[in-house]
Write a protein that binds this ligand. Structure first.
Ligand code: ATP
Ligand code: MG
Length: 239
């Protein structure tokens, strides 16, 4: 895959927090429609990689391309408008805005012909729980509802890729199952995804390929199917 066909192409990306060198030359290419899992124990740099790709943290070396464009020095809001939906760790919804406002403010018209666009109606049909809450403030929602709102908001952007960082964190099993189902719907609709989740078995089941980060370096990658029986994966994750 080259920089033209890759939806997101990170090439030799480095990142620091102050003097701490966190990402040590990470290269990762995501093709249109591809579902990628990003695995690794706590503190290995998964969120930092995501934030760097999204322009929320400045790379200290290397390049990031999105949709064929060099965005290494681009502003985060411009990168997101290139079609990158983000469901951050901790959800990041606006607590003072209603569910409707949270959704509408993210809206971007569908740009790809041949793919059914995401509209307010379609998002609400996908997340019926949000319908009853449509005029409630974000702060009044349960954790599961907030997570659904965060995913719905990412879809309102009509993204080519959705990046989910710990989307099931701290939620009840029934809600977790619902969220994996939605992730399956997103995948089936042809939207690419980059998924971080503590449940690595669920990640393997919902992705085409996985990469494993250890101390800011990719130490293992392969098809999700092949990694299911990998002893190396188990030792990398310490599970
Ligand atoms: N804002 C920050 N300032 C300083 N150091 C940070 C900051 N954010 C993260 N770090 C450090 O950078 C390293 C990578 O953190 P990061 O959050 O990217 O890991 P992660 O793989 O997402 O972990 P987790 O599974 O816990 O979410 C860790 O050592 C962490 O302590
Ligand atoms: Mg993280």
């Amino acid at each position: 895959m080259n920089a033209v066909t890759g939806l997101i192409v990170a090439d030799d990306v480095h990142a620091h927090y102050g003097q701490s060198h966190i990402l040590h030359g990470v290269s990762l290419a995501i093709a249109p429609g591809e579902a990628i899992g990003l695995l690794g124990r706590n503190g290995m740099g998964k969120t930092t990689l995501i934030r760097t790709v999204l322009g929320l943290h400045r790379a200290s070396g290397g390049t990031v391309r999105v949709a064929g464009r060099d965005v290494t020095h681009e502003r985060a809001d411009r990168i997101s408008r290139l079609g990158v939906g983000y469901v951050p760790e901790g959800r990041g919804i606006f607590p003072n805005l209603s569910v409707r406002e949270n959704l509408i403010m993210a809206a971007r018209p569908a740009t790809k012909s041949g793919r059914e666009g995401w509209t307010l109606d379609r998002v609400l049909a996908t997340f019926p729980r949000l319908v009853e809450r449509i005029d409630n403030g974000g702060a009044a929602l349960s954790g599961g509802e907030q997570q659904m709102l965060a995913i719905g908001r990412a879809l309102m952007l009509n993204p080519d890729i959705v990046i989910l960082d710990e989307a099931t964190e701290g939620l009840a099993p029934l809600i977790v199952a619902e969220i994996w189902k939605i992730i399956g719907v997103i995948r089936a609709s042809g939207i690419a995804s980059l998924i971080v989740d503590r449940n690595y078995r669920a990640v393997l089941a919902h992705t085409d390929r996985c990469v494993v980060l250890q101390k800011g370096r990719i130490v293992l990658e392969g098809s999700s199917h092949a990694l299911r029986d990998s002893d190396k994966l188990v030792s990398c994750l310490g599970v």
